[in-house]
Structure formats: structure tokens, C-alpha cells
Ligand binder design. Structure first.
Ligand SMILES: [Zn+2]
Ligand SMILES: [Zn+2]
Length: 269
């Protein structure tokens, strides 16, 4: 049985100190068969540490070395790209010059502030804040400047991780039309969604919410990946098996891994 963890940050990301080799060892220890490093790149992010590209040369060398040393686990080279409209062209320019196995597109910032931060609440009620977040997700998936450069949309519902509200759940029923528009665009453009397990411990459910995963399937979605979003060793491989069950329950028979940005569908039956 395949057990992929397709969202891992290491010391090549500005907010993690985990050595890549530690991540590989932790993945093997937790039964992960396929791992993909997805370091941050959020050009235009208001926090300077995120507003930069990772060390691509160092990443490449490290991954080559780890692939040789740990041949039993598949190791992918990926990136998590934060969408900021003002820098989309610059982002596309950087991505076009690099080779990846897998690229995640993420919304972290809404109207100039990372929506994980408490100050991003700006006195808004839940419905207003969540709607603005989703409108930004819609803008990202319909932005033709980036369409060629990513594979899956990461953690839809990320704002719920900010725990800004007493009930921070982010199910389909809150915005059925907007979710449908987003999911249809993703499917139409041949992209996929990621099921991000970090929301289980911080937010109460996987991101996106299981109801949205079901709806994605109903609409014909096929490409679906799983990631822990680990920034530290203890989180590598966390809740991946639970995510496989949630995906199965939503009607999927396969999950997806990537090599050189080509999807491969693997049975989970
Ligand atoms: Zn993210
Ligand atoms: Zn991440």
C-alpha cells in the first residue's frame, strides 16, 4: 500500500529547521513510501523571510544525495508557491527556470496579510473573512499567468488554521457556489487538490473539509494528493492514513503522486 506525504518543509524553508535527512528518516519510520519536499516560496509576502526563493541548487544536491542513500523511499523535489497577484509574473518567471516533480499552489495571504496571523482577522466576522479568503483562492486558480506552473491547490481552507473563531470549521455548506466555481476551475484546468492533514490538529479537520473532497469527486475531480505540511520531525507522516480513509469515503479509488510533474494514479482499495 502506498503512503505518500507530499507536503514537507525543511531547513530550505524559512520557517523550518528540520534537516532534510531527518525528514526522510522520520518518513521511513512512520511508514511513508513516497515523500515530496515542498519548500516555501511566497514572493511579495509581507514578512520578509517568506519573500524569497529557496536555495534551488542546494535542494537539488541534497535530494540527489538522499535518493542515493535511501533508495527504498521515493523522494520528490517540490515547492509550495504562495499566490500573490502582484507578483504572479515574477513567480512564473522563477518557476519556469526550474525543474520540479510537484508544485503546490497556496493561498497564504489575503489582501496583503497572511491569514494565519491573528491581526489578519481585522475585526471581520467569520463569513466575511472566509468569503474573502475563498475569493482569493478563486483568483489564484483563474490566474492564467500561473496555470502552467503548478499541479495541485494546497490546503483549501487554510484560514481555518488561524483559529480566529470559536467555530472555525470550513465545510462546503458555507459557500456552495463559490466552492463549486473553484473546484470546477481546478478540474477544467487539469489540476488537483491536496488533502492537508495539518488541519486535524489545528482547525479540527483536514483541509479542505471532507465535504469539499466529496464534492470535488462528484464534480469529476480525479487528481488528489496528501500532505502533512510537516515543519518538524514529529509531524512527518502525521494523519496520512486517516486522510487515505477520508479520500476513500469520498468515493476515490486512487490517490496521486507526481514525478517530473506527471501524475501517477495509485490504487487505495
Ligand atoms: Zn501552506
Ligand atoms: Zn506548507
Amino acid at each position: 500500500m502506498i503512503l505518500p506525504d507530499y507536503h514537507i518543509h525543511t531547513s530550505y524553508s524559512p520557517d523550518s529547521t528540520m534537516a532534510p535527512e531527518e525528514a526522510v528518516r522520520a518518513a521511513i519510520a512512520s511508514g511513508v513510501t513516497d515523500l515530496c519536499f515542498t519548500e516555501h516560496m511566497d514572493l511579495g509576502h509581507h514578512m520578509e523571510m517568506y519573500d524569497q526563493a529557496p536555495d534551488f541548487v542546494g535542494m537539488e544536491e541534497t535530494i540527489s544525495r538522499l535518493r542515493e542513500k535511501y533508495p527504498k523511499i521515493n523522494i520528490g523535489k517540490g515547492i509550495e508557491v504562495g499566490y500573490i497577484s502582484e507578483t504572479a509574473e515574477q513567480t512564473a518567471g522563477v518557476l519556469s527556470g526550474q525543474k520540479f516533480d510537484y508544485v503546490l499552489l497556496s493561498i497564504h495571504c489575503v489582501a496583503g496579510l497572511d491569514c494565519g496571523l491573528p491581526e489578519s482577522k481585522r475585526g471581520q466576522d467569520k463569513i466575511t473573512a472566509y468569503q474573502r479568503y475563498l475569493e482569493t483562492v478563486y483568483a489564484s486558480v483563474t490566474d492564467n499567468r500561473l496555470t502552467a506552473y503548478y499541479d495541485c491547490v494546497s490546503h483549501i481552507g487554510y484560514i481555518a488554521k488561524g483559529l480566529h473563531y470559536e467555530d472555525n470549521a470550513f465545510p462546503y455548506e458555507l459557500f456552495p457556489e463559490l466552492f463549486d466555481q473553484i473546484l470546477k476551475e481546478i478540474i477544467k484546468r487539469g489540476k488537483g487538490i491536496e488533502v492537508n492533514t495539518s488541519g486535524i490538529d489545528r482547525g479540527g479537520h483536514v483541509l479542505p473539509h471532507p465535504s469539499i473532497i466529496r464534492r470535488y469527486r462528484e464534480l469529476g475531480g480525479r487528481i488528489i494528493t496528501i500532505g502533512s505540511d510537516a515543519h518538524k520531525v514529529q509531524s512527518v507522516g502525521a494523519h496520512i492514513k486517516e486522510a487515505v480513509e477520508i479520500i476513500k469515503k469520498a468515493g476515490f479509488k486512487e490517490i496521486t503522486v507526481f514525478q517530473k510533474r506527471e501524475p501517477r494514479f495509485v490504487s487505495i482499495l
